[in-house]
Ligand binder design. Structure first.
Ligand SMILES: [Zn+2]
Length: 103
């Protein structure tokens, strides 16, 4: 039995990655920020949680499957606290609700 082999060159893997996200209000570019379906995590490292989200999701389905579209603004935490939250607070009498995770 003879086994015949040849050298094969595979093209390098090419993929798209987010380098930075710019705030839609102040325009500041945040390196390391990562976009997801509900907004942006503006933290600089993998475990940082500093996320904001102003979005509307419409359609039908379960979580990330089905048929729906999410449209959102990218608003950094500074602009969220300075501009968006005060504006929303001016429209409602309800206080901000909190969801706390503590390990
Ligand atoms: Zn901003």
């Amino acid at each position: 039995m003879t086994i015949h082999k040849q050298m094969v060159t595979q093209p390098a893997k090419q993929y798209e990655e987010t380098i930075s996200v710019s705030c839609d209000i102040c325009g500041k570019d945040h390196k390391g920020a990562q976009e997801d379906s509900e907004g942006v995590n503006w933290g600089n490292s993998y475990n940082d949680v500093d996320a904001t989200g102003v979005y509307i999701k419409a359609g039908y389905g379960y979580s990330d499957c089905g048929s729906h579209r999410t449209t959102h603004y990218h608003i950094c935490p500074t602009c969220m606290k300075k501009h968006v939250l005060p504006f929303v607070a001016s429209l409602t009498k309800n206080p901000l609700s909190n969801y706390v995770v503590d390990w």
